[in-house]
Every structure is written in C-alpha cells, then in structure tokens.
Design a protein around this ligand. Structure first.
Ligand SMILES: [Cu+2]
Length: 576
C-alpha cells in the first residue's frame, strides 16, 4: 500500500512536471543563411543583405523565457558578418551580443556561428548587422517577445501589427564606407527612401496628388517588392502597433492620419500611457502604441513616416491603414497626416519628456558611484573627419575585447583608460579652436554592481552653427534616462535629475547643444558597446566600450574568440 502511494505520488509529480514544462519556456531552433541578393526596396533595383532569401530578415517571434538557438551561416563570400539582438540584454551570454571586435570575432564567409541566448523579457525588439555598414545594406529584422505563457500584458488590444522602419540609399554600403573613410570625407548624404517593413517608393509617390511636387502617381498592383505595407483593420477595435527603427541615419516622426496613438511601451519597458498625434522615433528606439479604429470605415488612411532633425531630402514613407471591408487598393482621400517641422526641437523635447515609467517599474538607485561625462565632438585625425568622445575616436581592435580581457591577453587594446571628462574649458556652443583628436581602443572598466551615471554632452560640430541629434544605445543593460538639459552640463544640474519615474530604456537621444543624463547598474558581466546608433557616426568612431565583471563570464565558445591574439592563444593551448 505504502509503495503504491509512493508510486502514485511519483506519477503525479512527473505528470505535473511534464505539463508545466510543456507550457514553460521553449528552445526555438532557427537556421539562417545571410547573403547578398538583388532586390527593389523602393522600386529601383539594388543589392540588399537578405536572410533566407528575405528582405528584411525573418521576424523572430518568441515568448519571454525562451531560448533562441540560431545557427547563422555567412554566405556573403567576401566579408565577415555578425548580428546584434537589439534590446536583448544577453544576461549570462555576453558572447552572443553580436558586436564584431567587442563580443565576438566576425563570422567568416562560409562559417556557421551559433547564437544561443535567452529572451528574458517581453517587448518589441529588432536585430541588425553590427559590422561595417551592414545595417545600411539592409541586414535587419524584427524580434518580438510575447509575455510568458499564462502571463498578461498590462494593456488590452484586439490585434496587432509590427512595423520596422529603415532608410535606403541607392549607393551601395561598400561605396558609402569608402566615401566616409576618404580624405576629405565624402558624406553619404540623405537616404533616397524611407522604408516601412522594407518597402518604399522612390520612382513614384502614392500621395503625389496631394503635393505640389513633380512626383508621379504610383501605379502599383500590390505584388511588387516595393508595394506599401497594408494594415488590415476592422472598425471599432483597439490595435497594438509595434514600431522599431533600424535606420542607418534618419530620425523619424510617425503618424496615422485621423487616428491618435497611445504610447504604452518603449524599448521593451512599460511606460505610463499617454496620447499623441504622432511619435518621434530615433534609430535604435522601439515603441508600442495603441490606436482605436474609430474613423469612417468607408475609407482608408495613411500611416506616414517623415524625417526629423536633418533638413529632409527624402520623401515620406507610406503604409496604408485599410478599414475592412473597403478595398486596400482605394487610396486614402484625405491628405497624409501633418508632421512637425524637421527642426522643431522643442516639439521633440516635449515628446521625450512625456515618456515616464509605468508605476511599478524598476526604480533607479538614488545615488551613483561614478559619473562619466562623454563629450561628443566632430574632429579631424590627420585630415580625416571623425567623431570623438572626450577627444578619442573609437578604433576597434582586431582581437575582440571579451576574450582578451577574460583571458588576460596583453597588448590587445590600449591599456590606458579613456578619460572620464572632456578637455576642461571646452566651449560646447562653438567649433573647437583645435579640432584634432586621436584614435583609441581603451575600455571604461566599471566596478561590478556599481551605479554609473553617464552624461552625454553634445557640442557644436566642425561647422559653425551645426549641432546634430545623436541617439545613443547601450548594449547589455537598460538605463534610466534621468535628465535632459541645454548647453554645458554642470554638476549642480544633477540635483534636478528625475529619480522618481524616469523611463528605463536602451536608447536615449541627445539634442543639438544639449546634454542627456542616464544612470545604470553595471551588473551584467561582459564587454558592452555604448555608441551613437547612427551607423556612419559609429563607423567614424562615435562610441565607447564598457566592461564589468568579465572574470565572472562563463562558457565563452571558442568560435567567438578564434581570431587575433585570442585565436593564437587557442592554437598554443591546442584547443583549436
Ligand atoms: Cu551620431
């Protein structure tokens, strides 16, 4: 009898175990091939970096707690590749962060690399190339993490759509790279098209009849690679629109004609909901907004994205909000929604200031251990135009930092730490009298579990009266955006930091001639890039590298470090 009861108990426990593991986290296996393909993102054929024959790459859909097991084969033939999972903090797997020279060796042509990591938190994310100018070449896609089985979102909706915004040049990414690296530098210029889910129209405009321009009216069948993305909706429902921007350059404003949007998520974190007519979205940002289909169902509406912060030479991107049962081929009869003036920074700042954490969100520590001020300047090195941080232009080493720091390999990068402050007395409002800087590959070594404040200080660029927008993105962490200010940051400005309800994010913008303060806890062992998400700016050195707790990193795969000095180390140890 006793044995029977015991067996029954074992049976029940095993059954419960099987049921709970069936609903719990999954391992999702994916096999990707990355290759160049001919494609017409905006009606003019060019080459894009495609994944499994798709542009943009496939959307990854997973649940919080799942593990992605993604075998990536590089079929580019003549160049390396890596993929960064933007917004995924890579807790315990810093080697899977997908940053060439930082977290791993670039994957060589013909090689396969296994990215294995947990998507620990629900939210709207994306992925993109993090090597050279491969984001500009079209290497990106969406990564959507749903709440874990049995959990609920903190807002309700009847359906959802997903939009990935990007920008597109007719000049190929290799030529762009040569242009940027030339003396004198040739700027890549404004993109020819903005894309919504990889679709834009360069040869024609769907809204031509509303503008005075000479643009011709599009004649689209709907099956073209550049036909607009259609959002099919039913009347009187609430929809969630997930939006992310993987642009190489453009800052954007997005609106849905005649519809208001309620912002509920930013960078994978809940925000205190607020309602707006349109939202600003910088490269590296992601949002969820809710909108209600409360307009006349006998017509369709525009969804449009326009350029902000740079004098626009790029027409807006359009998608169509299609009210069923109206045909999707009927163009909206109202003009595209108005967008704020490209240089209305007060408008953008007001939007930034509306973004607050939802009550119950993680709170920032009330004190900091270290404060680093990063002065962003446009500089020269031997006549080459660069971007520099505290007068150092980031030049990535050939041996990735993660392996060289973990194994104590000497001479892999500059041993000297980069400065915690810019040059004293620097006037951020004027071009520098001496705009020269130097290359550097030094690392900001952060004390494990310490609280770090970073002040991103903007300045005048090389040209007088020019100061640009820079969206800064941190790998491996979220930070609290604790304050914005004008002019030069002074220590007394810290007294005004918002430590009550700052948004928890991975990307924060600095406005022209202003500063932005972020606070984070250095609690994720690894080596992490922190950089301007404008790809040509990063390429010209606009970034820094943080490292913390690297001795605690476990399970570094050989494939991540089999290059440069760590590659030599593997050969010497006979493990390669
Ligand atoms: Cu920038």
């Amino acid at each position: 009898m006793g044995v029977f009861v015991d067996l029954l108990l074992v049976f029940i426990l095993v059954t419960v175990g099987i049921i709970s593991s069936a609903t719990a986290a999954k391992v999702r296996h994916l096999k990707w091939e990355v290759e160049y393909m001919h494609w017409s993102p905006d009606g003019q054929e060019g080459v894009v970096i495609a994944i499994n024959g798709q542009f943009p790459g496939p959307t990854i859909r997973a649940r919080a707690g799942d593990t992605l097991h993604l075998q990536l084969t590089n079929k580019l033939h003549t160049e390396g590749v890596v993929i960064h999972w933007h917004g995924i903090r890579q807790i315990g797997t810093p080697w899977a962060d997908g940053t060439a020279s930082i977290s791993q060796c670039a994957i060589n042509p013909g090689e396969t690399f296994l990215y294995r990591f947990k998507v620990d938190r629900a939210g709207t994310y994306f992925y993109h190339g993090h090597y050279g100018m491969q984001r500009s070449a079209g290497l990106y896609g969406s990564l959507i993490v749903d709440v874990a089985e049995g959990e609920k979102e903190k807002f309700e909706y009847d359906g959802e759509f997903n939009i990935l915004l990007s920008d597109w040049w007719h000049k190929g990414s290799h030529e762009q790279e040569v242009d940027l690296s030339s003396k004198p530098m040739r700027w890549i210029g404004e993109p020819q098209s903005l894309l919504v889910n990889g679709r834009g129209q360069f040869n024609c405009s769907m809204a031509a009849h509303f503008s005075n321009s000479s643009a011709v009216q599009c004649k689209l069948r709907g099956s073209e690679q550049y036909a607009p993305y259609i959002l099919k909706v039913h009347p009187n429902k609430t929809y969630r629109l997930r939006i992310a921007s993987s642009t190489a350059l453009a800052s954007l404003n997005l609106a849905i004609g005649n519809h208001k949007m309620r912002v509920v998520e930013a960078d994978g974190n809940y925000v205190k909901p607020f309602t707006v007519d349109n939202i600003d979205i910088y490269s590296g940002d992601s949002y969820s907004v809710l909108f209600r289909t409360d307009q006349s169902s006998s017509q369709n509406y525009w969804l449009s994205a326009t350029v902000r912060g740079r004098e626009p030479h790029t027409p807006p991107a359009f998608a169509i909000l299609n009210y069923l049962p109206t045909s999707a081929s009927i163009l909206p009869i109202s003009p595209p929604p108005p967008s704020p003036r490209w240089d209305d920074y007060a408008y953008s700042k007001a939007f930034s200031n509306k973004i607050r954490a939802l009550p119950g969100s993680p709170k920032p520590p009330q004190t900091h251990n270290r404060r680093i001020v990063l002065l962003n300047t446009q500089t020269y090195i031997n006549g080459y135009t660069k971007w520099s941080i505290n007068n150092v232009s980031l030049s990535l080493p050939s041996t990735p930092y993660l392996g060289s720091i973990k194994y104590g390999v000497g001479n892999a990068f500059d041993a000297r730490s980069p400065p915690d402050r810019g040059p004293p007395g620097y006037d951020v409002m004027r071009p520098a009298p001496n705009p020269n800087s130097t290359y550097g590959s030094g690392v900001y070594m952060l004390k494990f579990n310490s609280t770090v404040d970073v002040i991103l200080q903007n300045a005048n660029a090389l040209k007088e009266n020019v100061s640009e927008i820079h969206p800064w993105h941190l790998h491996g962490h979220d930070f609290w955006v604790v304050g914005y200010g004008e002019g030069e940051f002074r220590e007394r400005d810290a007294a005004r930091f918002n430590l009550r309800d700052p948004p928890f994010r991975n990307t924060a913008v600095i406005y022209p001639y202003g500063w932005t303060a972020v606070r984070f806890v250095a609690d994720n062992p690894g080596v992490w890039a922190f950089h301007c998400h404008i790809e040509p700016h990063l390429h010209l050195g606009m970034g820094v590298v943080f490292a913390e707790g690297v001795d605690l990193v476990q399970g570094l795969p050989n494939a991540a470090i089999a290059c440069g000095l760590t590659g030599e180390m593997l050969i010497k140890n006979g493990t390669h």
